[in-house]
Design a binder for this molecule. Structure first.
Ligand SMILES: [Zn+2]
Length: 143
């Protein structure tokens, strides 16, 4: 058996779809990979064939990442400033690389979770009833 569709009734659990997306896995089957490269979404799931190119994550992943990383880094920087009052260059040596690292680490899982959410809520082409569902994958679309 190459794969098993875990919700044969066609119900889409947002929680499981987002958790699967967080792990970079197909929101439908949880087996195939969403990403071919860092943030490049595969056109379809290699395990179940679900069309993944219908996602419209756009600017949402960086927006979420900026919000979360900003709260972490600003909170820690303020706490360090209040308790230790280090020189400004020490702040820069800690918080600039940490911001970059956290952002790069969080972008892919956050994008995966948002794609899972869009799939679960049948947004855009993920709704089989939507005209967007008929749109061809980018590799076949006229350029
Ligand atoms: Zn799949």
């Amino acid at each position: 058996m190459p794969y098993e569709i875990k919700d044969p009734a066609g119900e889409r659990s947002a929680k499981s779809a987002m958790l699967r997306g967080l792990r970079g896995r197909c929101p439908r089957c949880g087996e195939g990979r969403i990403f071919g490269r860092y943030l490049k979404v595969n056109e379809e799931c290699s395990a179940c064939g679900e069309a993944l190119y219908h996602h419209r994550a756009d600017d949402a992943p960086p927006y979420v990442v900026i919000t979360v990383v900003g709260h972490i880094v600003v909170g820690l920087a303020l706490a360090m400033e209040r308790s230790l009052q280090p020189d400004l260059w020490i702040h820069m040596m800690i918080w600039a690389p940490l911001t970059l690292l956290l952002s790069l680490l969080m972008l892919q899982p956050v994008k995966g979770a948002l794609i899972g959410m869009q799939w679960a809520f049948k947004m855009h082409g993920f709704d089989p009833e939507s005209p967007e569902a008929q749109e061809p994958p980018p590799s076949l679309a006229a350029s």
